[in-house]
Write a protein that binds this ligand. Structure first.
Ligand code: NAP
Ligand code: MG
Length: 493
């Protein structure tokens, strides 16, 4: 493999500027910085500020001021909606620049990075339109009373996002919170936070008042830990690992505040023998390959009815073997993994599969000419995987698909629900009644029939049960979580 770093130098990136508080860049109070790696190259290409507890303190104070007495807290829903819509438009106006930043920072293919920037814009458009349309109701009560409910923002909301979709997560987490009038503090992931650092600048350009959006990059164990424990935060929104999710919920409990947790999954695609295979195949494969499998809602378990096992698996094998990983500019099926640590994690799972004698059914390739230090892995299809095996139960967060046979409809439901997670699922069958019966028995936040929606659908409520977390993001449902309900009771007789 030859080194193509020279080609990639054409991807020029605006340098990160520090910590964004009150619409201004400030240096980290400690002066410390963190190296940023381009995963496709395995080399450092930028540096970000390492925020700490003092920086989080400042950001929370700025948000508090904006909410209580600044220009942000005074705005009506219509005015907030206009700002969100303006930011959505600015994101679209800067789509080429943002796509380059996202692609280099995460190593995802350019087409995926571009789709992510469009989705980011779409979050601001959607919630811009919703800002003045989510409201309370009147309630019939006793004679002589008038009762109404009102949706109020929490105040200061804390947002911790992961590295897999930084631009999308910026929109997904912040847009509904802002639409409802909360003032926000975000701690993006140190492994990929350059688009959030550019997006907050664009927000200031769109006209968001000081303190509405504050972004503090830094380590999870410092800036993240300070944010989740902060007594000045009124609500927490977290996407990431189940382990850190437990810490977030513990801190939220200590401070008597609510939180939403989106913690990933081991989502099943349930394929019956009567599947329309030509229609299903692209989704069955793409659901695990998209973003190199580093997607919370990746379709990581392929449950296949025994009656159609050979035909279905043969088709998946053929397609899987043709998959190629490459640099963002190569724009192939997948890019590199995000970090050396993630690379080691995925390799551990595949080493374990070999030790457990799980058959490797198909393996994709890595394109000629990718930098040798990049964090690339080949996509791998394993099966049949016993239901008790780690590959059938734990989230790999890489391009690794486990094929698991099932006997019939009842067995499919048992298998689908047989992990600690419950995020999304797909059911593939031409028998509509059966597909619907199965879908309704699945424990999870979203179920698709003859479709699969890893990461898509801004309009669609999304979230999990069990170890996948709780609370709902996306759609109008997110507005419930980012508000609190007050009931006004008036006696007029
Ligand atoms: P992670 O540690 O949970 O990271 C998610 C976010 O939480 C990052 O911003 C991280 O900051 C922050 N964080 C880490 N420790 C924290 C703490 N003690 N207090 C507050 N915030 C903290 O996830 P990861 O280590 O990057 O990835 C590990 C595994 O988690 C993956 O392999 C995957 O299985 C899962 N994961 C799931 C999702 C999802 O979308 N559900 C996303 C990412 C990862 P820093 O990164 O800056 O340290
Ligand atoms: Mg991390």
């Amino acid at each position: 493999m030859q080194n193509t770093t020279a080609d990639q130098a054409s991807l020029q990136i605006a340098p990160a500027k520090g910590i964004f508080i009150d619409n201004e860049w400030r240096p980290a109070s400690s002066g410390a910085a963190i190296d940023v790696y381009a995963p496709a190259e395995g080399t450092v290409f930028a540096r970000i500020a390492a925020g700490n507890v003092a920086d989080i303190d400042r950001a929370v104070a700025a948000a508090r001021q904006a909410f209580e007495s600044g220009n942000w807290g005074r705005l009506t829903g219509v005015e907030r909606g206009r700002l969100l819509a303006r930011l959505g438009q600015l994101v679209l106006d800067h789509i080429d620049e943002l796509t380059l930043i996202e692609a280099r920072d995460t190593s995802k293919p350019m087409k995926q990075a571009r789709a992510d920037i469009l989705a980011c814009a779409r979050y601001f458009e959607f919630y811009g339109g919703a800002a003045d349309k989510f409201h309370g109701e009147t309630i019939p009560f006793l004679n002589g009373y008038f009762v109404a409910t009102e949706r109020e923002p929490h105040g200061v909301t804390g947002h911790i996002i992961p590295w897999n979709y930084p631009a999308q997560m910026f929109g997904r987490s912040l847009a509904p919170a802002l639409a409802m009038g909360n003032a926000t503090v975000m701690k993006p992931a140190e492994d990929a936070c350059l688009t959030p650092l550019r997006l907050c600048e664009l927000a200031a350009e769109a006209g968001f008042p000081e303190g509405a959006i504050n972004v503090v990059p830094g380590l999870g164990t410092e800036a993240g830990a300070a944010l989740i424990a902060h007594k000045g935060v009124d609500f927490l929104s977290f996407t990431g690992s189940p382990e850190v999710g437990v810490l977030v919920q513990s801190e939220a409990a200590r401070n008597h505040i609510g939180c939403t947790l989106e913690l990933g999954g081991k989502s099943p695609q349930i394929v019956f023998a009567d599947v329309d295979l030509d229609a299903a195949l692209p989704s069955l494969v793409n659901a695990i390959v998209q973003n190199a499998g580093q997607t919370c809602s990746a379709g990581a378990r392929l449950l296949v009815e025994k009656g159609g096992y050979d035909r279905i698996v043969t088709a998946v094998v053929e397609r899987f073997a043709r998959l190629r990983a490459g640099t963002p500019e190569m724009d192939l099926d997948l890019g590199a993994l995000i970090s050396r640590r993630q690379h080691e994690r995925v390799e551990r799972f595949t080493t374990r599969a070999a030790a457990d004698a799980i058959p490797l059914l198909a393996e994709g390739g890595i394109a000629e000419g990718v930098p040798s230090a990049g964090y690339f892995v080949t996509p791998k299809l394993f099966g049949p995987v016993p239901r008790s095996n780690i590959l059938a139960r734990e989230e790999v967060f890489g391009p690794v698909l486990s094929v698991i046979p099932f006997a019939d409809e009842a067995d499919a439901i048992v298998a689908a629900n047989g992990t600690d997670f419950g995020l999304i699922a797909g059911v593939w069958s031409q028998d509509g009644k059966r597909a619907l019966r199965v879908a309704r028995k699945i424990k999870g936040g979203q179920v698709y029939i003859n479709a699969y929606g890893a990461g898509g659908g801004i309009e669609l409520p999304f979230g999990g049960v069990k170890k996948s977390g709780h609370g709902r993001e996306k759609g109008m449902a997110a507005l419930h979580d980012f508000t609190t309900l007050k009931t006004l009771v008036v006696k007029h007789d």
